[in-house]
Design a protein around this ligand. Sequence first.
Ligand SMILES: Nc1ncnc2c1ncn2[C@@H]1O[C@H](COP(=O)(O)OP(=O)(O)OP(=O)(O)O)[C@@H](O)[C@H]1O
Length: 242
Amino acid sequence: MPESPTDHVTYRLRSVGVDYATPAGPVAGARDVTLDIPASGMTVLAGPSGSGKSTLLRVLGLVEHPDRGSVELDGTAVTGLSHRHRRALRRDRISLVFQNPVDNLLPQLSVTGNLRAAAESAGHRHADDDILGELGLAGTCDWNVSALSGGQQQRLAFGCALARRTPVILADEPTSQLDDVSAARVLDVLRRLAARDLTVVVTSHDGRLIELATHLVRLRDGALHDVTPPEGHDPRKGAGTS
Ligand SMILES: Nc1ncnc2c1ncn2[C@@H]1O[C@H](COP(=O)(O)OP(=O)(O)OP(=O)(O)O)[C@@H](O)[C@H]1O
């Protein structure tokens, strides 16, 4: 497991529980999750289908409000905030990349139009110039996003996250809809992001993505199954993989 460069914490979750109402009665999406997410490196939420990865990611994205427990983002207690404050925190601090590449982009806009719109959505006037080069998308500025392959669209989605300049990037199974070659290029992008001063949290079943984790959280039935390195471990002293 690669080493996480710092031990600062972005998220503190304490005894978080999420229930979903279904016709058959309540279903637990998250059970008693107590977890710190480091400020840098890449946290991967792994586990079988239905284990609660997306639920937890939505809690981190401030789009799912826990039924129990508390969530802090950079020291701010999120659980007590009004809807308006949560939305402002989300706009300024968090970028979300969804599983399906087309869900991340505005189809009527060009590549640079999407980057600009993303920057503006976080209150910036424009996107940094070098983003496309960094993603291996130089030369596509004027393309309509529908002319990009699924893998290119997904890389552009991460570009939009960079254009928003948020300290947190959350991604839900970003390689699951891609062929092997496209997925490998998205993994390169993730590797670069994880090396920056960003909090990157990704859900995945993909073994190659799990290998990039500096912090690996395995879930079962909505609960933590194991966390590597263990909670309280100092990453500067080595990852201590299991
Ligand atoms: N909107 C919902 N309504 C009812 N139950 C839900 C809802 N969303 C999730 N669940 C249930 O919560 C549990 C966790 O689901 P979640 O989608 O978070 O798991 P997951 O690990 O992301 O699964 P997958 O890998 O299949 O996306 C499952 O039992 C699921 O059926």
